[in-house]
Design a protein around this ligand. Sequence first.
Ligand SMILES: Cc1cc2nc3c(=O)[nH]c(=O)nc-3n(C[C@H](O)[C@H](O)[C@H](O)COP(=O)(O)OP(=O)(O)OC[C@H]3O[C@@H](n4cnc5c(N)ncnc54)[C@H](O)[C@@H]3O)c2cc1C
Length: 307
Amino acid sequence: MHKDDILTELKKVLPEEIIKVDEPLKRYTYTQTGGNADFYLSPTTFEEVQAINHIARINNIPVTYLGNGSNIIIREGGIRGIVLSLLSMDYIKVEDNVIIAGSGAAIIDVSRTARDESLTGLEFACGIPGSIGGAVFMNAGAYGGEVRDCIDYAVCVNERGELVQLTRDELELGYRSSIVQKQHLVVLEAAFNLTPGKQDEIQAVMDDLTERRESKQPLEYPSCGSVFQRPPGHFAGKLIQDSDLQGHRIGGVEVSTKHAGFMVNVDNGTATDYEDLIHHVQQVVKEKFDVELHPEVRVIGDHPEDE
Ligand SMILES: Cc1cc2nc3c(=O)[nH]c(=O)nc-3n(C[C@H](O)[C@H](O)[C@H](O)COP(=O)(O)OP(=O)(O)OC[C@H]3O[C@@H](n4cnc5c(N)ncnc54)[C@H](O)[C@@H]3O)c2cc1C
């Protein structure tokens, strides 16, 4: 389908201000990499998400979902079809011990709301820079806590365009995995079941975790957090450190000297630099320790045309 025809279809069901054409994606990724999206749409309601999915389905247009862009590397060739950003659906509601949040709400803000309401259970998330949708997709976790511990349910749209509410068990949350990934669902909303606690104690835990994060992570540079999953029986960062790879640079991307599990964009690095560095690190660690490192970060989009 021609781009102009897609635009005409989209304008029939969406307000014009939420449609962007040929939008540079590096604006929306923590690594600051990424070419253009043919269409970048930021719907504000469930109905708009369903309408976009309907148009995409009947016209065979690929759809890529984007949260806060903190676990994604987008290649310089950009993304064909529709990039659907959930960030405008960022409401947070409190109902007794339950917090209900739109998929675009920052999990950091949800964690702070829980503290303000003296609810405990989401302290672990106080420094995770993802959206609620991205956090459910990844079963995000830190310092011994993860989404699985406190999520009640998530509202999603399935591949047939139907709204479905999935319970905690139905979400099949595992180590950085979920049914959302396996079934190409889109998360619209999630609810978290929390426990009444003492606000000063909740704050103390959050302060401690923030201190630990700021002292160990290179938060002053663009990055995508931990690049690799934890291999069984090992820590990716330790293997990389023991392979003398810290400070190793390809193009503008470097293995952080502060935290070996991070790769930082120090000088206008590209997604190609990230991919090359990821492959190099995988190769060296495999040769040295016979351990396979699998990326936690998602690398998506087209390669640049000149490759
Ligand atoms: C400095 C830094 C520190 C980090 N620390 C942690 C940490 O401690 N623990 C941790 O787990 N992670 C950490 N991360 C990684 C990242 O923040 C998490 O994985 C987060 O959950 C990703 O959410 P996001 O909204 O940014 O997702 P994105 O990066 O936008 O997307 C990630 C994946 O989720 C999909 N997705 C996003 N939203 C939806 C949706 N609504 N429906 C369906 N699919 C969706 C995307 O298609 C993509 O495949 C860190 C990252 C950085 C940069």
